[in-house]
Ligand binder design. Structure first.
Ligand code: IVH
Length: 669
């Protein structure tokens, strides 16, 4: 194929794929099979790879995302991203209507009622029909630029189809995680031993913040649009504009209705308060907006929200059922949580059998008794909670709750410190769930980064193959192969991963030990001050508190940790195994003066390191980092999206521009 032909085929494929995307994700009416779609997409990817000069950041091929790891840029919103006045009461909706009628006397007011989608707000800017930027709400004034992640959401058009859209506009909407995708994601996370998302909203927010858009691309996010902003909008009413955006390619849900009076508004609210259970995504209320833009302008804004709109929120869903018994769970830190066993009941689409009771105060203050009928509510959390008792239904069967005195796992007498909300099991060295919890912390990514799932730790501990983190280093391949679901390859991987953890630097080992109050930063500070586990072990509270940022509470906890025989034995095991128990300084010293006092200015965004990490590296290797370019600047370390003024200046001063890779070579070779 000639270059010209390749170019026109690329354009043709992009148009075709955009149209099929729209048919599938917006209209839900696919016209070709997945197989045919993939063939077209692969052809496009091949042609674009062979002809990089025709690349386009809005090509449908970009929807697969990439692995680039960058921090999100903060962007100031062109129009502040306000929220809405909220209410749970119909009376206040009536008041809203009265206020509007009063402010606009003699005018006919038309309302638009919409669903209040429960997701993450997003502002999409389009220039000449192309998506140019996607920004989260942030603090309302500025938010995160999540454009690359948003580009992977198939129902958001990258290129608009009809030509009658304004040259530049912003459209706002809500990014959602539909129920089926959410349940699937949590199931996968459970299998992988990862923390579950509490609800679809959290899953959507968490996904949008992922740094690798290739992972975002694999999650089925969706987006509903509800608000058009710009200098030159096609119509003077909200409703007509929204319908117009549908023709440009946006997904605007059908469930919007023009209401002429308050009765019609309540009809819409009442209908959706019931019908919401049948939607494939979460809503948490209804939004009521004045339709006419002129009237919206006349009504204006308060400091926080528009006067022309209000959100009516539905009550969290509740159900009544019988409390059968109470179990007590022991957490990783030894904290005891009472959990209610309930007569199974359907609530917000799932069967509820258990609910958290938090602590003994909660049981007492609600006066909850076994065999009572209790109200269960599903809020933001995965586990529903008990919010009250129907005392009218209390019978002689009801039995007061006697909070347990001993740990249900190991029998140790529980304690409750003054001011603490929960009872604790103090047997932190031998109580099984606490042992497992500490091992899970030890192997976690930010600590020793050993690749084992929660279920593996559990199985190893249950089989008695490990009792503490030190035992991990004495595991053999045969031990691991004796577990279910492990084969030669996965066992070798685990052994390798444990072996690799011996290279984890001392400050992370210190963090991994799970000493109370010793988080990542404290561990770093102490490691750099005291240099080795032996020195820390020898330190008194007074010596520890001399270190900047270390207070009495942390110091006492460290001293306590090293007084404990059990912990000292763990340290011995780690020492014998070759885990890093002291700071290795020669790495720093060896490279210390590589940059020889030369001065660097950093500009743009980078792939491998964050800007702060690069600054640290410059200083560590004996260079200087300055904010602005002058004749004294030796290098401009340039990433992507570098400011044009900086570029002009370095060119004028003839200062060499180096890339991130050039810089890494300078310090590593
Ligand atoms: S309109 C200035 N319409 O709820 C008015 N917001 O509590 C802009 N939301 O910030 C918002 N569904 O994140 C509007 N149909 C809808 C909505 C909606 C959900 C969210 C949005 C907003 C928040 C307000």
């Amino acid at each position: 194929m000639s270059k010209d032909k390749e170019k026109s085929r690329i354009v043709q494929l992009r148009n075709l794929l955009n149209q099929h995307n729209y048919n599938y994700y917006v209209l839900a009416q696919p016209k070709i099979s997945d197989f045919e779609y993939d063939n077209l997409l692969n052809e496009l990817i091949d042609l674009e790879t062979q002809n990089p000069e025709f690349s386009d950041s809005n090509s449908p091929s970009q929807r697969v995302g990439n692995d680039i790891n960058k921090e999100f840029k903060q962007v100031v919103h062109k129009y502040p991203m306000l929220s809405l006045g909220n209410t749970y009461s119909k009376e206040e909706v009536n008041d809203f209507d009265s206020r509007i009628k009063k402010a606009l006397p003699n005018a006919e007011v038309e309302y638009v009622c919409e669903l209040k989608y429960d997701g993450v707000a997003i502002g999409l800017t389009y220039k000449n029909g192309k998506l140019s930027q996607a920004v989260t709400r942030g603090d309302g004034v500025q938010g995160d630029d999540v454009t690359n992640n948003v580009k992977t959401i198939k129902s958001i058009p990258l290129q608009l189809s009809n030509g009658d859209y304004p040259e530049e506009f912003e459209i706002r909407g809500e990014i959602l995680f539909p129920h089926d995708g959410f349940l699937k994601l949590n199931k996968e996370r459970e299998i992988e031993g990862e923390a579950l998302f509490a609800n679809p909203r959290n899953a959507a927010a968490g996904t949008l913040k992922i740094q690798k858009s290739s992972i975002v691309a694999k999650r089925p996010l969706d987006c509903f649009l509800y608000f058009l902003l710009g200098e030159k909008l096609p119509f003077d009413s909200h409703y007509e504009n929204l319908i117009a955006t549908k023709n440009w390619g946006f997904k605007v849900p059908e469930h919007i209705k023009i209401c002429k009076n308050i009765d019609e508004i309540f009809e819409f609210i009442n209908y959706w308060d019931v019908e919401r259970r049948n939607l494939p995504f979460d809503i948490d209320g209804v939004v009521i907006k004045v339709n006419s833009h002129k009237q919206q302008r006349d009504l204006g804004f308060t400091a926080k929200s528009p006067r022309w709109a209000i959100a009516y929120k539905f009550q969290a869903e509740q159900a009544k059922t019988k409390l059968l018994s109470i179990d007590y769970q022991v957490g990783r830190t030894g904290a005891i949580t009472p959990v209610a066993n309930l007569e199974p009941i359907l609530l917000a689409g799932t069967t509820v059998k258990r609910a958290s009771l938090h602590n003994s105060d909660q049981i007492n203050s609600l006066d909850i008794r076994v065999n009572d009928f209790v109200f269960v509510e599903k809020g933001g959390e995965i586990i529903p909670k008990i919010v009250g008792v129907d005392k009218m239904l209390r019978t002689a069967e009801s039995k007061a709750v006697e909070f347990i005195k001993n740990c249900p796992e190991c029998g140790t007498e529980l304690i409750r410190d003054e001011g603490e909300a929960k009872h604790y099991c103090p047997n932190d060295t031998a109580c099984p769930p606490q042992i497992k919890g500490r091992i899970e912390h030890f192997i976690s990514r930010k600590a020793m980064n050993i690749g084992a799932a929660e279920a593996t730790v559990e199985a190893l501990a249950d089989k008695g193959l490990i009792h503490d983190v030190g035992d991990l280093y004495f595991l053999t391949k045969e031990d691991i192969l004796s577990l279910e679901r492990f084969a030669e390859k996965s066992a070798t991987n685990l052994i390798e991963s444990i072996e690799n953890s011996k290279n984890v630097p001392f400050h992370r080992v210190l963090f991994a030990l799970g000493i109370r109050y010793v988080g990542e930063t404290v561990a770093k500070t102490i490691a750099s001050e005291l240099k080795s586990i032996e020195n820390i072990k020898k330190s008194s509270i007074e010596q520890l508190t001399e270190i900047h940022e270390i207070g009495d509470r942390i110091a006492a906890s460290i001293v306590d940790y090293f007084k404990n025989e059990f912990n000292l034995k763990i340290i011995d095991k780690l020492k014998i195994s070759g885990v890093q128990l002291e700071l290795i300084e020669d790495v720093n010293l060896q490279f210390e003066n590589k940059l020889n006092g030369q001065s660097f200015v950093i500009s743009g965004t980078f792939e491998k390191y964050s800007r702060d990490e690069l600054k640290e590296l410059i200083v560590k290797y004996g260079g200087k980092n300055t904010g602005s370019i002058s004749a004294k600047t030796n290098y401009l370390l340039a990433g992507e999206n570098m400011g044009p003024s900086k570029l002009e200046k370095v060119k004028k001063l003839n200062i060499p521009i180096i890339s991130e890779d050039d810089f890494i070579k300078m310090i590593e070779e």
